[in-house]
Design a protein around this ligand. Structure first.
Ligand code: GDP
Length: 298
């Protein structure tokens, strides 16, 4: 489907016989290929442009080591720069601030992005990997089925869910979750907020009110990693209105090339904490910059 970038670059450099230092022209020609590869991987245009500029500065004038071809060398520079951008500050990856029990985690995002599924996956992970007692609560007052879905998930993974009380507002449910988490000695309580197909004012206002009531330690935006640009726009909007602490990219098991991860990191500056890799409750992984870099390069 996609031509492998390494092969592509080898082709470019095969045509250039010159060895020794990477000339500016060699690098330019190679970077044209890199740019195409980034755009094919769904990296946004301005991000691809800035990225190429950074690589160009690093690559120009580098002497070519004997053990690798010029093509391999450029691929390595590109790979390292991808990891550099994706990783951001050290220590952010996969880590959640969940000290000071009970720590509230707010899950936000559009409907269908994978919020409820991710809440379940994360609760299971916190329980099994971190030994935390977790309470899950659905704040989706618009779709009773959503509250039911979370209760079923909770039973499946052996995590408590807040009992459903009909007629409560999202803020009332959030208050009750906080109270129950405190009295019940839970380490973490996760609030699965309602999603909409589009961002709208009512949704945002409701999430803001909930945020102000619980003061979340983490506000995780869950977005479909296959939606590329849209995912980045959604993140920017949620961050502007609510303030997010990190992102979970779902559907990374799909056949997209993962370029949204690069745009997300470069544009929002928010860490990608986890990636969703399937529908099963174990299909959640910490974000590994090297893996995504490899995938973007093809
Ligand atoms: P919500 O509306 O944001 O709460 O979305 P749901 O959690 O209900 O997820 C919507 C659909 O996406 C469900 O069918 C999930 O099983 C599926 N889903 C969620 N995360 C992933 C993922 O990482 N990979 C795949 N393939 N499917 C996912």
């Amino acid at each position: 489907m996609f031509e492998n970038l390494s092969d592509r670059l080898s082709g470019v450099f095969d045509r250039l016989t010159k060895q020794g230092a990477l000339s500016e022209d060699d690098v330019k020609t190679a970077l044209r290929e890199v740019r195409v590869a980034l755009l094919e991987a769904d990296v946004s245009l301005p991000v691809a442009r800035d990225f190429i500029k950074a690589v160009q500065e690093k690559a120009a004038g580098q002497s070519v080591t004997k053990s690798v071809t010029p093509g391999q060398q450029v691929v390595k520079i590109v790979h390292d720069e991808l990891v550099h951008v994706l990783a951001g500050d050290e220590g952010e990856i996969g880590s959640l601030k969940i000290d000071n029990a009970p720590a509230p985690i707010l899950m936000v995002g559009l409907q269908g992005g994978g919020k409820t599924t991710t809440a379940g996956k994360l609760a299971k992970r916190l329980k099994e990997k971190n030994g935390k007692r977790v309470l899950l609560a659905s704040l989706d007052i618009y779709r009773p089925a959503a509250q039911q879905q979370l209760a079923i998930l909770g039973t499946q993974i052996g995590v408590d869910t807040l009992p459903i009380v009909a007629g409560e507002s999202a803020v009332q449910i959030a208050k009750r979750a906080k109270q129950q988490a405190t009295m019940g000695g839970y380490d973490v309580y996760m609030l699965d907020t309602a999603g909409r197909l589009q961002i709208d004012e009512t949704l945002m206002k409701e999430v803001e009110d909930v945020r102000d009531v619980v003061n979340p330690r983490e506000t995780l935006l869950v977005v479909d990693g296959l939606t590329g640009q849209v995912a980045v726009e959604v993140a920017e909007e949620f961050d502007a209105k609510i303030g997010i602490s990190g992102v979970v990219l779902t559907r990374m098991d799909g056949d997209g090339r993962g370029g949204a991860a690069l745009s997300m990191r470069a544009i929002t500056g928010k860490p990608i904490k986890f990636v969703g890799l399937g529908e099963k409750m174990d299909a959640l992984e910490e974000f590994h910059p090297e893996r995504i870099a490899g995938r973007i390069l093809g």
